[in-house]
Design a protein around this ligand. Structure first.
Ligand code: PMP
Length: 392
């Protein structure tokens, strides 16, 4: 395996849930598409255009293969934020086009990514009814809870597959099954699942899935939306209109370097799927085991076993703010943020019942392809040293 691409940086990057570096193999395959193969995939009259179009075709097949879809079911987007917005507004637009008065109800949860929650809030302003379901103490949605919220006019269920803050995995197969029984479209935000755990949208009964390349070693600003083509054939309108690229579903010149990166990253994840998740899990488990030994009273958030292999969310005996200066060499993420003097607490931590003080004591650490055991041990040491003795 290549040495750590962030190795010139003396710190330890443990924020792979936030973003990943581009894999060197991905970078190498992108480069020609920034230089000699710079054509527009829509230019049908010359070889520059054909090369770009062929690259997109190959990338679509690579992405489809990673998630168990057909290439025609993959549409490239700028990332999960766009894909999530597309699902919600594309469906509303499709339903309203056919019948402007048809009532629309959507079900989601209170621990979704902001790109689902904020889009749902905007949909409410367009007279769409939305329920934000409560979750259990681990941040998971219960099938029986969902059942109680279904209405005759429920058109969409949208649940995050793997939570980006606390790592818990939702029971996607059971949720998708319920949606299918009730003839409701099932969308999942798969951003933290794709490339990290085995994902097969066809077998798992998912109708739509959003994801972003930069969470699995492709560049930022590229992602996709999977849209099921049969049983059922999902009917949504485009979200972005224009030149009719991506079979009219998503206009705009296709980001060829980006999709080549996405495709290559997908191919690498698929190749590594037998080994990488297990390696991530053992590093993450080591991190947790050492942290427990070093910091008495530390608590883990999210489900103990039904969780992302890369994610560890912990609540410390001190506020993260009080130790941040000592954590400068650690790339980690905190459960609260201070914006111009006001403290914003993560809605996810709030959703699993943490109070404001506990959220202020919460850190997210996430491992990735270049994390080493030595880095894990050094990170624990840094954290341990940062916490005042009286708290340890
Ligand atoms: N959903 C989840 C679960 C995420 O973790 C993220 C990125 N933090 C997004 C959506 C949005 O992805 P992007 O910023 O690449 O559009």
């Amino acid at each position: 395996m290549e040495s750590n691409p962030t190795s010139k940086d003396p710190g330890i990057y443990l924020d792979y849930n936030a973003t990943t570096p581009v894999d060197p193999e991905v970078f190498a395959r992108i480069e020609p598409y920034l230089k000699q193969f710079f054509g527009n995939a829509a230019s049908a009259a010359h070889h520059w255009g054909w090369a770009a179009d062929n690259a997109a075709t190959k990338a679509r097949a690579q992405v489809a293969s990673l998630i168990g879809a057909k290439p025609t079911e993959i549409t490239f987007t700028s990332g999960a934020t766009e894909s999530n917005n597309w699902v919600i507004f594309g469906l509303i637009s499709k339903i309203r086009e056919e019948n402007p008065y048809e009532p629309i109800h959507m079900i989601t949860s209170c621990v979704e990514h902001a790109s689902v929650i904020k889009a749902m809030e905007a949909a409410q302003k367009m007279n769409v009814e939305v329920d934000y379901l409560p979750v259990n103490l681990f941040g998971q949605v219960g099938v029986e809870t969902v059942r109680k919220f279904i209405k005759p006019h429920t058109k969409l269920m949208s649940f995050i597959w793997v939570n980006n803050e606390i790592g818990s995995i939702n029971p996607i197969v059971e949720l998708a099954k319920l949606a299918k029984e009730r003839k409701i479209y099932f969308h999942t935000d798969g951003t933290q699942a794709v490339g990290k755990i085995p994902v097969n949208v066809t077998e798992m009964g998912v109708d739509m899935m959003s994801f972003s390349g930069h969470k699995f070693y492709a560049p930022k600003g590229v992602g996709a939306l999977y849209i099921r083509s049969k049983d059922p054939k999902v009917q949504i309108n485009p979200f972005i209109y224009g030149g009719g690229q991506e079979r009219g579903l998503r206009s705009g010149t296709v980001n060829i370097p980006g999709v080549v990166g996405l495709g290559t990253a997908a191919e690498i994840c698929q190749r590594n799927m037998n080994l990488e998740p297990a390696r991530m899990k053992s590093l993450r488990d080591l991190l947790w085991q050492k942290l427990q030994a070093a910091i008495p009273g530390v608590r883990m958030n999210g489900h103990a076993t039904e969780r992302s292999p890369i994610n560890l969310s912990v609540t410390l005996p001190v506020t993260t703010d009080s130790i941040l200066p000592q954590l400068q060499k650690l790339g980690i993420s905190t459960g609260s943020a201070c914006h111009t003097g006001t403290m914003t607490i993560s809605h996810v931590l709030n959703g699993i019942g943490l109070n404001s003080e506990e959220a202020q004591c919460t850190l997210r650490l996430s491992v990735g392809r270049w994390t080493t055991e030595d880095e894990v041990l050094r990170a624990v040491e840094i954290l341990q040293n940062a916490i005042p003795r009286k708290n340890v």
